[in-house]
Design a protein. Structure first.
Lengths: 710, 127
């Protein structure tokens, strides 16, 4: 992707975010002028960016939304929910385009060709010269061929356009012979010119099926050809004269001096240095006479007189806006830094090994080496800490997506809702923030779909018609707590019990003995879904068990509290920082285990005969050093110790200064995982420091090397 | 060849600034940037500028307010030619720019040859 496109995507995403946020506020307070200005400016800059990268489709789409906002700014229309929806839909389209640009590194192909196809517009304007002066917007509408089946009447719709000036109806493809003609297929291209604004036309065409191209006429207003240089100099001179007529007492000197300079420069640029000298002289005369007339006169003499149009002036207002002082870093670079820090840890371990070796051999610099190594160790630990700190993000980046989502669901389901978000400045590790959206979305969907009662039920229960969803985030010690509560009906324990029985999640017997809390908890069990009817929203085939799995994968917990008839609260307890541990996977007797990478010094392959028995134990001699070796499969009781002719793969480890070798069948890959300490029945199991969930859902046991080698 | 001319680009959109910079540097100009009118006013005081390319709609201080302020300064600053570039293309917008003291007005987007051409004209560069 070239530099412009990269910058375009980055900037556009920021603007889309800013606009989305502003639009959602405007929906509730449409008269917030400051917000309106900021949203308008965001759209405006988006359009400008699209223009630079020559993304005509996006430019037009954003322009249409900008028209709506500019109407609102001028007080000509109020931003209704429908209009805000249109603007948001425009942003959705922009996001899709940006995604496509990011993936392919180029503009979507459909975007490029639209600009070139302006011929219909030129034709239409040419055919209707008498209305040319009034035309504000042109429209080309190609109805969907099957539109008649959807009860649509394209002609009626287009003839009802506000302030229609001209209409042209043509066949899309040449009319076929009568015997093959299908009267139920629409084969029309409708072209229209109107005096209405683009916003009005867009609103009028809302909801049609087919393709619709709308253009403001200013879009095609041709600029004079840029070929002949004297012509451009003439344009500049004309402009200077027009500008001079606006000089006031306060700015006269500035106007005259700059107009004189601009005019002179233009002439010099066209190799007319002598004429430029005349202008320079006239400028000085104007300045000393304190009047623009001498300069105006000189310019006029160089030009044939052309009348300058005078219209009323407009005021452009602008409000101060805070700009964030942050440095933008590609997340991948931070991740690379984290990975490198991990590698550094491994290298440091190896250095420690060398220091130890030197000490044992009585080398003189062993002490120095050891000192340096301690310093290195401290620095690397600090580095690791600050690198992990760079990955901390506020939850806002996730939570700010919810107002939109909730708004959409509220409209779709016809349940009026307010969403309250608290503590969106709470920070958490990037890895956590990034995985949080899906699970949260699922919970919010469930709350709205199943938790919140229908309007009738709410009325019967004496609740206000507008339901409330609240997402609250807070930091508690080393945990981040996120609570999603609703004021709906809560969880129907009897129904949960019944479903659990019919779906075989729990037996009759188990259910009878289960306390109510545990029964409620069953909604997170695999194969459970309380939806009586599968709805568009939450019936997506993924149960709440997916939420629990996702949260547990990053070392968090999910709990659910229900207040019958009063709503429910789902609580995510998440670790603040995800301690990513690097492990190397090894295989023994067909099973996979993890070995923490910071315990590994090196891996070696030795002839099996090199493993010698010393009493009950085994050892190898590695670079004149005896290293005890244990057979992983044997020590874990998976099978008898190995013997044979092939080479043995041994992982040399170092824990607290003690070296040891781990004899394994195979070495797998390096992984970055979130280590979960053992809990439940496994607590305190020797030889295992923790578990981690792999991407494919398998559990990887991570070995405690210190204990194993004892 | 004339001595190198300095152009101050005043625009809040980083993409626009990048585009102008690339285009103009390619044509041999020295380019300085400001993100809004206030910053531009400060920068004008620190080095000589031969042309300002000014956007209208910007936070902090919009381009027209900025231009009005510049045209009221003493001659060294007030005489700097200004090219206003904006996506607005209504007659009223052209007029507002004129009243504020713009020497020329181009409607965005501006292709590279056109931008170079007007930079040459307004800086008096002969090629």
């Amino acid at each position: 992707m070239n530099e412009f496109l990269t910058q375009f995507v980055i900037e556009s995403r920021e603007l889309v975010e800013q606009a989305t946020e502003g639009l959602l506020v405007l929906e509730h307070s449409p008269h917030d002028a400051e917000r309106l200005d900021s949203v308008f400016r965001a759209f405006h800059t988006l359009k400008g960016g699209a223009g630079i990268v020559e993304f005509a489709a996006m430019e037009r789409a954003v322009h249409a939304a900008e028209e709506i906002l500019s109407g609102a700014r001028a007080g000509k229309r109020t931003l209704t929910t429908a209009l805000v929806g249109d603007c948001l839909a425009c942003l959705d389209q922009v996001i899709q385009w940006l995604d496509a640009v990011e993936q392919t590194g180029e503009l979507p192909s459909s975007a490029a060709n639209t600009k070139a196809d302006d011929t219909w517009l030129a034709d239409m304007l040419e055919r209707n010269p008498e209305v040319r002066a009034q035309v504000a917007t042109a429209l080309q509408f190609i109805p969907d061929p099957d539109c008649f089946y959807q009860g649509e009447d394209p002609l009626a719709r287009i003839t009802a356009l506000p302030e229609l000036l001209a209409l042209d109806v043509q066949p899309m493809a040449a009319w076929p012979a009568l015997n093959s003609f299908d009267p139920y297929k629409c084969n029309l291209v409708l072209t229209a010119l109107t005096a209405a604004s683009m916003g009005e036309v867009t609103a009028h065409m809302h909801g049609h099926s087919g393709t619709c191209e709308i253009q403001t006429i200013s879009d095609v207003r041709t600029t004079p050809p840029a070929s002949a240089l004297p012509a451009q100099a003439r344009n500049i001179l004309t402009e200077q004269r027009a500008m001079l007529s606006h000089a006031t007492a306060a700015n006269l000197a500035g106007f005259v001096a700059s107009a004189g300079l601009a005019a002179g420069n233009a002439l010099r640029s066209c190799a007319l240095a002598e004429t430029a000298a005349i202008i320079a002289q006239a400028t000085e005369s104007s300045l000393s006479a304190n009047s623009p007339e001498p300069l105006r006169h000189a310019i006029s003499q160089l030009l044939s007189p052309t009348p300058a149009a005078v219209t009323e002036t407009t005021k452009v207002s602008s409000k101060p806006e805070a700009t964030a002082q942050t440095l933008r870093i590609d997340a991948r670079r931070v991740d690379a830094l984290v990975r490198l820090t991990g590698e550094l840890t491994v290298a440091k371990n190896a250095a420690g090994h060398v220091a130890k070796l030197a000490q044992q051999e009585g080398n003189a610099i062993a002490g120095l080496l050891k000192d340096r190594q301690v310093v290195l160790e401290r620095l690397i630990a600090e580095l690791q800490e600050s690198v992990l700190g760079m990955r901390v993000l506020p939850l806002r980046s996730v939570l700010q997506r919810f107002p939109r989502v909730v708004r959409e669901m509220s409209l779709n389901l016809g349940k009026p809702l307010t969403l309250e978000i608290e503590g969106d400045d709470t920070e958490a590790d990037k890895a956590i923030v990034e995985m949080l959206f899906e699970p949260l979305l699922h919970i919010v969907r469930n709350a709205i779909d199943h938790g919140i009662e229908s309007l009738g039920e709410r009325a019967a229960r004496g609740k206000p018609p507008t339901a409330r969803i609240r997402i609250r985030a807070a930091r508690q010690a080393d945990q981040v707590i996120i609570e999603i509560s609703d004021d709906g009906g809560g969880i129907d324990v009897d129904r949960v019990r019944e479903i659990a029985r019919t779906r075989g999640v729990a037996t009759e017997e188990e259910l009878r003995l289960m306390p109510e809390m545990d029964i409620i908890d069953l909604v997170f069990a695999a194969g459970f879904s309380t939806a009586a009817k599968v709805t568009e929203l939450s019936g997506r085939g993924v149960g709440l068990d997916a939420v629990r799995t996702a949260v547990e994968r990053i070392g968090g917990r999910v709990s659910l509290e229900s207040r019958a008839g009063d709503g429910a609260t789902v609580r995510f307890s998440l670790p603040f920082s995800v301690m990513m541990t690097q492990v190397m996977t090894v295989e023994a007797s067909g099973q996979m285990f993890g070995v923490p990478l910071d315990a590994i010094v090196e891996t070696v392959s030795v002839p099996r005969t090199a493993i010698v028995g010393i009493g009950a134990a085994h050892a190898i001699v590695l670079r004149n050093r005896t290293v005890p070796v244990v057979d992983l499969a044997a020590i874990l009781g998976l099978r008898e110790a190995m013997s044979g002719e092939t080479d043995a793969t041994i992982v040399i480890t170092s824990v607290a200064g003690h070296f040891g070798g781990l004899h394994v069948d195979r070495i797998g890959q390096r992984l970055e995982v979130i280590l979960k300490p053992l809990d439940g029945l496994l607590t305190g199991m020797p030889g295992i420091t923790g578990t981690t969930l792999l991407g494919d859902g398998r559990v990887l046991l991570v070995l405690d090397i210190g204990e194993l080698l004892q | 060849m004339d001595p190198q001319k300095t152009i101050l680009v005043v625009d809040d959109a980083s993409l626009v600034r990048l585009y102008y910079r690339t285009t103009l540097e390619g044509a041999g100009f020295h380019v300085e940037e400001a993100m809004n009118g206030l910053e531009a006013l400060e920068k004008l005081l620190t080095f000589p500028v031969h042309l300002m390319i000014v956007d209208i709609n910007m936070p902090q201080m919009d381009g027209l307010t900025f231009l009005q302020a510049v045209r009221r300064k003493d001659r060294a600053l007030a005489s700097i030619p200004a090219l206003v570039t904006s996506t607005e293309s209504a007659a009223a917008d052209f007029e507002a720019a004129r009243v504020a003291g713009a020497n020329y007005y181009l409607v965005k987007p501006i292709d590279q040859p056109r931008l170079r051409e007007f930079a040459d004209l307004l800086c008096g560069v002969r090629r």
